[in-house]
Design a protein around this ligand. Structure first.
Ligand SMILES: NC(=O)c1ccc[n+]([C@@H]2O[C@H](COP(=O)([O-])OP(=O)(O)OC[C@H]3O[C@@H](n4cnc5c(N)ncnc54)[C@H](O)[C@@H]3O)[C@@H](O)[C@H]2O)c1
Length: 395
């Protein structure tokens, strides 16, 4: 089975979908020296991708981050194709089309009839299982998840997700390729949300819950997490930035795929925003109002309240990270890298757990569990064991 030999940059890469992700992935691969063939069914998307690429690399030249020659090289290496058959010599094809299982499966079946038998077929899906995409293929062992973050040229993290059927050589080859592209790769299991979109759910979910209980308003919760946690953006600012349509759908999908696990339960607060099309910045209003001349609400800068809010959210985040490690989703290092490099958390959550003291985190969770009697607050069994055995994640 596939085992890509050096030099990696000589291999041809196919990218399907020229939208936000596909265009970014093509740019990353071309920057690393590959010839990249980009296919999209929509000509408008291709035109937009071409324009955006040129604008982006022109800016980089102006900022002296790229020489004119390099910029020309990147642009010349990307070819927009109108026939899937042109992908026949690619060593790897990365799919970044619409998030729909049937459409993706149909594409993978078609690709298999075109590419060579050892061509790697990868999906950039955020929420579908790699196993389900691979199941449509004759050679499911060549199918793998390569999950970039938006914008792909800027965000350093890439999650690599072998399905249950993926050949180990394919995983190793993909890791080699993406490492050579200068990305930080983490290896994770084919479970809903992979690492980042699973662990990050508590940042939003617990914050909304705190608001719903009337403990604090959006501005105060945002202030608390930035002040006491060092997060660059508060949860409500961040949800408005991502878009409440996307954020709500990811939460709903992770919750459903985890068989309605209460820790991931979506909120009616965000669902109503979604239904009202109050998506956030892009629609002018979300948790906050972004129309001109609107004064942003001020937080209630109460030290004790701020610490209570931070403790509750960080304990839930840490519990999720511990559970991910306990269920062998990824290594300690990769779980921490995923959150610092994928969503810019100020610290890896397992390192943070050591610093805060595992016993303190456990106490917060046990108090919440005792008070609410809800399963969402149950501490991970590994956290309990580690406290009992006085263990740390890092030393
Ligand atoms: N946007 C993000 O933040 C993000 C982050 C990580 C992963 N993803 C995943 O990446 C994938 C693409 O997301 P996006 O945000 O770039 O979407 P997008 O809507 O910006 O782009 C998708 C593109 O795919 C094209 N397309 C649709 N069906 C096609 C087909 N059958 N053949 C060829 N082209 C087709 C569309 O014309 C469109 O240009 C999705 O699976 C999504 O879950 C998105």
């Amino acid at each position: 089975m596939t085992n890509i030999q050096h030099p990696i940059s000589n291999i041809q890469i196919g990218v399907i979908g020229a939208g936000a992700m596909g265009a970014g992935i093509a740019q990353v691969a071309a920057t690393a020296g590959h010839t990249v063939l980009v296919y999209d069914t929509n000509q408008t998307a291709i035109d937009k991708a071409k324009n955006n690429l040129w604008t982006t690399i022109k800016k980089q030249v102006e900022r002296q981050k790229l020489t004119k020659e390099n910029a020309k090289g990147i642009s010349a290496r990307i070819h927009y194709i109108s026939n899937l058959h042109d992908l026949k010599n690619c060593a790897a094809v990365i799919e970044a089309i619409v998030e729909n299982l049937e459409v993706k499966q149909k594409l993978f079946v078609e690709l298999e009839s075109i590419v060579s038998s050892d061509c790697i077929l990868a999906s950039n899906t955020s929420s579908l299982s790699i196993a389900s995409i691979a199941s449509a293929c004759k050679k499911s062992e060549r199918v793998i998840g390569i999950h970039f973050f938006n914008p792909a040229p800027i965000m350093p993290l890439v999650e690599i997700i072998p399905a249950i059927t993926t050949d180990e050589n394919v995983t190793q080859s993909v890791k080699k390729i993406i490492d050579a592209w200068g990305k930080i790769t983490v290896l994770t299991k084919d479970t809903p949300g992979f690492i980042v979109n699973r662990v990050a759910r508590s940042y939003y979910g617990e914050s909304i819950r705190i608001y719903e209980e009337g403990m604090a308003d959006f501005a105060t919760i945002d202030w608390a997490l930035k002040t006491y946690g060092g997060f660059k953006m508060g949860p409500f600012e961040l949800m408005d930035f991502i878009g409440n349509d996307i954020n709500f759908k990811v939460t709903e999908s992770v919750w459903e795929q985890f068989f309605y696990e209460p820790r991931f339960k979506p909120s009616l607060t965000q669902k109503r925003l979604y239904e009202a099309k109050l998506f956030g910045r892009k629609s002018g209003r979300g948790y906050y109002n972004y129309s001109e001349n609107t004064v942003m609400p001020s937080p209630k800068q109460d030290d004790m309240l701020g610490k209570i809010i931070f403790n509750r959210v960080i304990a839930m985040l840490i519990n999720e990270a511990v559970d991910s490690f306990y269920l062998q989703l990824a290594s300690i290092q990769d779980i921490d890298l995923a959150m610092t490099k994928g969503v810019n958390y100020p610290k890896g959550l397992l390192k943070w757990a050591d610093e805060l003291g595992l016993a303190n985190v456990l106490t917060i969770l046990e108090n919440l569990y005792a008070e609410y009697g809800e399963d969402r607050y149950r501490p991970c069994v590994l956290l309990k064991r580690m406290v009992k055995e006085k263990k740390f994640f890092y030393h």
